[in-house]
Design a binder for this molecule. Structure first.
Ligand code: FPP
Length: 239
């Protein structure tokens, strides 16, 4: 598939449906997550090739801590394996690896692997790959407010721009497009502040089936959207 229109700067993805994919095949849920990681790799590669500036993947929400501990452990293990196996590839592809969320809640050895991956890719110049881990948008906003209160900032100094700089996503542009797989049409606490003007794309495809071509379809759909940011088209044309 050939894309000719504008490429979004920043895409966020809610990778959903691993469990259902496995259950439909009579497999344990973990198999869905395993296959999901393969799709994750494919989409990261495709996004970097397309020239996206950033890609944010919702891998583990604050709410996901409530899942059975065996599933949580498996998800952590998959993340660790991914980072250990793919770090050299990320470095080679010039990708900057970042995380958002309450990373301190993750097992210590995973925090170590994350820190190493962030450090070793920090001077890269390519796409920023952000993995949201132990993340929820409301939690991020509350943490930002706490930091602001602790700083003793006077209320008049607080602007939207200043507020954004206290969020985990500091330095990243807002997402232009948010994709959710598996037929659910919800944002589920993902990038709540940052998604203010994001285009939303929902597909029935379950994440383990979300191929490179499906990703390109989503980008193609985005390219047909008229983005107005609350203005009228003529006004945007004049800018
Ligand atoms: C949602 O499916 C998916 C998750 C909770 C985990 C997503 C994580 C991965 C694909 C692996 C991430 C790995 C890396 C390397 C970033 P679900 O289990 O909620 O599916 P269901 O709604 O069908 O039960």
């Amino acid at each position: 598939m050939l894309l000719t229109g504008r490429i979004p700067n920043h895409v966020g993805i809610i990778m959903d449906g691993n469990g259902r994919w496995a259950e439909l095949r009579g497999l344990p849920r973990i198999e869905g997550h395993r296959r999901g990681v393969e799709r994750t790799k494919e989409v990261i590669e495709c996004a970097a090739e397309l020239g996206l500036k950033s890609l944010t993947l919702y891998a583990f929400s604050t709410e996901n801590w409530q899942r059975p501990s065996a599933e949580v452990t498996t998800l952590m293990k998959l993340l660790e394996l991914y980072l250990k196996k793919e770090l050299s590839r990320l470095i080679q592809d010039g990708i900057v690896f970042k995380t958002i969320g309450e990373i301190w809640r993750l097992p210590e050895h995973i925090q170590g692997v994350i820190n190493e991956s962030e450090e070793k890719t920090s001077s890269n110049k390519g796409m920023v790959l952000v993995i949201a881990l132990s993340y929820s948008g409301r939690n991020e906003i509350v943490r930002a407010v706490k930091k602001i209160l602790h700083s003793g900032m006077v209320p008049d100094k607080l602007t939207e721009e200043v507020f954004s700089s206290y969020l985990d996503t500091v330095g990243l542009a807002s997402p232009d497009l948010i994709i959710r797989t598996s037929g659910e049409k919800r944002i589920s606490n993902f990038l709540l502040w940052q998604a203010a003007y994001a285009e939303l794309y929902f597909t029935e495809t379950l994440w383990p089936d979300f191929s490179r071509d499906e990703f390109l379809l989503a980008i193609q759909d985005y390219q047909q959207r008229e983005r107005r940011f609350g203005a009228i088209p003529a006004r945007l044309d004049a800018q």
